[in-house]
Design a protein around this ligand. Structure first.
Ligand code: 5AD
Ligand code: SF4
Length: 462
């Protein structure tokens, strides 16, 4: 019999992407092979995201579409995983509207995928196994990495911050850090395989290590990871301004490897809104933090996340957000319209004091307009500068161009000689053009890194 094939559809953040890689690794070990499309798969896993209503709607839409495929191929197995599976509302919806689904499991038991699949195959009913809380951190799970150039490594799971709009503490549970040793071992193995650009991951990496004995912090971990030969760039995501310590700023400023890209989600610029979001900082203390970052890391590239239309947000509150954006001058911002989430305090306030939808949209547009202008100006200022970039692959839009990335996480497009393979190499370029979302450049010297071992990766995780 030919090997069964799997297809994983991933929604949401890097943590979900990483979870999908671990599911893919387990499936490889079970003898499955990846499929490039869902139509050819014998197993489809939908790894869902619950952070905003729009992400949920996409997943519901996709699950709905799969009904037809299941009718055509009754032996197809459909599994729903990820953050939405942790919500009781999703289970109720699936049972009522999506009987074609065979298996539902959550974020805390994805390491059980092989057993869960066996159960689902033996059962005529939908198998639902969602843990309400996390067990111990599980080490040594297999993994099938999606990206051939950059590698992502979990360091802390969960979040204890309980921002009042956010569902993550409910879907991902309490903060649990991995010990330093297995992280160092994983990154060393990746470096030996040739990965030079490593990102350590967590819902809130700045909390890393507080739950270990003896306690550790992110700066301690990064200092250990920097010592690993072969690692050229070290990144971390995502951060909370509240725990972004001076020690960490100093370590980043002094480091040759920890990239000078600092992502500090601010969410809002108004103090009353920040208070109701439970962010535990003020506009002033945030601006002070940014000033300390700029002082110690003068070439820092700053990015952020911002929510508009939080319940009760007034025009004055929103103007404070615009003012903060003008003061910080972020290189880029991820901007979102507030989306009420089940179980969160802000969802109750949304019932009493919502910002009308047209006002939410208008604020998002005004915020984006301001940020795009600032991003464009920041990129213009790079024209003429020399940058070292990592070549990630051929541009999706133009096969005569390499898509590369700077240490500050900006995309640079450079001309490509078809005969030369630069993938995974660090190349010096001069920036020759700048748009809002990307730069263009010209290669100005030979690659500074040797050819990396080829890790040609099929892309089954979409
Ligand atoms: N509505 C809108 N945006 C949200 N985010 C988190 N929860 C919500 C919500 N309920 C945004 C925050 C966070 C990013 C990952 O998603 O800005 O930093
Ligand atoms: Fe959500 Fe706040 Fe935790 Fe980030 S820090 S995951 S926004 S609760």
């Amino acid at each position: 019999m030919s090997q069964p094939r799997y297809f994983i559809k991933t929604y949401g953040c890097q943590m979900n992407e990483r979870d999908s890689e671990i599911m893919a690794g387990q499936l490889d070990q079970m003898g499955y092979q990846p499929s490039l499309t869902d139509r050819e798969a014998d197993l489809i896993v939908i790894n869902t995201c619950a952070v905003r209503g729009s992400a949920e709607e996409h997943a519901f839409g996709y699950i709905g579409q799969l009904r037809q495929l299941k009718d055509e191929k009754p032996n197809l197995t459909l599994a729903v995983a990820g953050c939405m599976a942790q919500e009781p509302g999703t289970i109720a919806w699936l049972t009522k509207h999506a009987p074609q689904v065979d298996l539902v499991f959550g974020t805390h038991n994805l390491h059980q995928l092989p057993e869960l699949l066996e159960q689902a195959e033996a059962s005529d009913e939908m198998v639902i196994d969602v843990w309400q809380s996390a067990g111990e951190v599980v080490e040594h799970l297999p993994s099938h990495r999606k990206d051939g150039v950059r590698a992502f490594v979990n360091i802390i799971y969960g979040c204890d911050k309980f921002c009042t709009y956010c569902i993550v503490p409910f879907t991902r549970g309490k903060e649990r850090s991995r010990e330093i040793d297995p992280i160092v071992a994983e990154v060393s193995a990746l470096a030996q395989e040739g990965y030079q650009d490593i990102t350590v991951l967590g819902q809130n990496v700045n909390s890393y290590g507080h739950d270990l004995t003896p306690a550790k912090d992110l700066a301690d971990l990064l200092v250990e990871l920097e010592k690993i030969d072969g690692v050229r760039w070290l990144r971390y995501t995502t951060s909370h301004p509240r725990d972004f310590s001076q020690k960490l700023i100093d370590v980043i400023g002094a480091s040759q490897k920890i990239t000078h890209h600092v992502h500090l989600p601010v969410q809002a610029g108004s103090n009353p809104i920040l208070k109701r979001m439970n962010r535990k900082y003020t506009k002033e203390s945030y601006l002070d933090l940014i000033a300390r970052v700029k002082d110690r890391i003068p070439d820092a590239s700053l990015t952020t996340d911002i929510i508009v239309g939080f319940p009760g947000e007034t025009e004055q509150d929103f103007l404070e957000t615009l003012d903060l954006v003008r003061q910080v001058r972020y290189d880029a911002a991820f901007t979102f319209i507030y989306s009420p989430r089940e179980k969160t305090p802000a969802a109750r306030w949304e019932g009493r004091d919502p910002v009308p939808n047209p006002v939410k949209k208008d604020r998002l547009n005004r915020l984006m307009e301001l940020q795009y202008q600032i991003s464009w100006e920041a990129n213009q200022a790079l024209i003429g500068k020399e940058e070292l970039v990592l070549v990630e692959g051929i541009s999706k839009k133009n096969d005569r161009v390499w898509a590369c990335r700077t240490h500050s996480n900006k995309v640079v497009l450079i001309d490509r000689e078809p005969a030369e393979d630069l993938i995974d190499r660090f190349v010096p370029v001069r920036i020759t053009g700048a748009k809002t979302f990307y730069l263009s450049g010209q290669q100005v010297g030979k690659p500074v890194s040797p050819p990396a071992p080829r890790r040609r990766i099929e892309l089954p995780i979409v």
